[in-house]
Design a protein around this ligand. Structure first.
Ligand code: RRO
Length: 304
């Protein structure tokens, strides 16, 4: 029998637990030449802001031994252009779409939620409060329970869409922060955004990124991500979407065992555009071979 990989995040029904990590999959359209993206459990888009952003100056990507550093700086066309450009594409998909939103201010998060709820037919919002590469917004909100929960309260007051709040690894306070966000109405938590870091060139003694620091993603951060998924799963009851360095179906299943309901695939898309279909297929095969009929049987089964 075909194993059941389905999962519910708030009101979002996913046929499998795999979504895309914001910013690593374009708006979904760029991967259409590789495979039918309707195989995804859900599509999560690159963060959009109220006004257009040019992003940080180049170079803004650097490769390190086991991951990428990025300092994109939230480059995006702003919500009006985004809407015109992608709304019909999102409507054409048969899978749930989760729009990632990022504001400079708490008010901007609310405005974005209002515009999207009124004008778009998407299923969820990922509240990105954890971008490490912008001066306003970003980590300013993610590192304290008070600021994080104020953003969630503002967004909740403007929309009935499913809300997923994306937390940062660049703080030790995530349990308290997640609890405060749940109290204000987030339906789920996603962890982790990138780990703030830097890389330099010894010969020139210059940083590899023009922004000096950036966000580290890829296999290097998987242990950090697993730790947060596990710790949050022990302390909050809303679903968790785990991400950070997932490259294989085994990686994905480790996140489920540590308490994640769903997983996002990010950096691996850059070097293997077929990684998502491979992971979904691998999970299914593994479940068949191990006689696991429902994915939920695996969730939170870490033996400690
Ligand atoms: O655009 C970025 O620089 C960026 C964002 Br919004 C984010 O949330 N995480 C990241 O590593 N880079």
């Amino acid at each position: 029998m075909k194993p059941d990989l389905s999962v519910k995040i708030g009101n979002i029904e996913m046929k499998n637990p795999v979504t895309t990590a914001s910013g690593t999959f374009g708006q979904g359209d760029v991967f259409e030449g590789f495979y039918d993206i309707n195989i995804l459990g859900a599509l999560t888009t690159k963060s959009v802001s109220l006004n257009p952003k040019q992003g940080n100056p180049p170079p803004r990507i650097a490769e390190t031994r086991s991951g990428y550093l990025n300092s994109i700086g939230l480059q995006n066309p702003g919500i009006s252009v985004f809407l015109k450009k992608y709304n019909s594409f999102f409507d054409s998909l048969s899978i749930p779409v989760i729009l990632s939103i990022a504001g400079n201010t708490i008010h901007e998060y609310g405005e974005l939620a209002k515009i999207i709820s009124e004008k778009m037919n998407v299923q969820g919002l990922e509240i990105n409060i954890s971008c490490p590469n912008v001066r306003e917004g970003g980590l300013q909100f993610a590192c304290q329970a008070l600021t994080a929960s104020k953003v969630v309260r503002e967004v909740r007051s403007k929309t009935h869409l499913t809300l997923i709040t994306k937390l940062s690894p660049n703080t030790e306070n995530n349990v308290e922060i997640a609890k405060a966000c749940v109290d204000e109405g987030t339906d789920a938590i996603s962890v982790i955004n990138t780990v703030k870091g830097m890389a330099i060139d010894l010969r020139s003694r210059k940083p590899l990124l023009a922004n000096i620091t950036g966000g580290l993603s890829g296999p290097a951060i998987k242990p950090v991500a697993l730790r947060w998924v596990y710790e949050l799963s022990q302390n909050i009851s809303v679903p968790l979407i785990g991400m950070g360095g997932i490259e294989t179906f085994e990686d994905a299943l480790e996140f489920i065992v540590c308490g994640a309901s769903a997983v996002s695939i990010g950096t691996a898309n850059f070097y293997n555009p077929y990684v998502i279909p491979e992971i979904i297929h691998g999970m299914e095969q593994w479940m068949k071979e191990n006689k696991v009929s429902m994915l939920s049987e695996l969730r939170n089964t870490l033996v400690v």
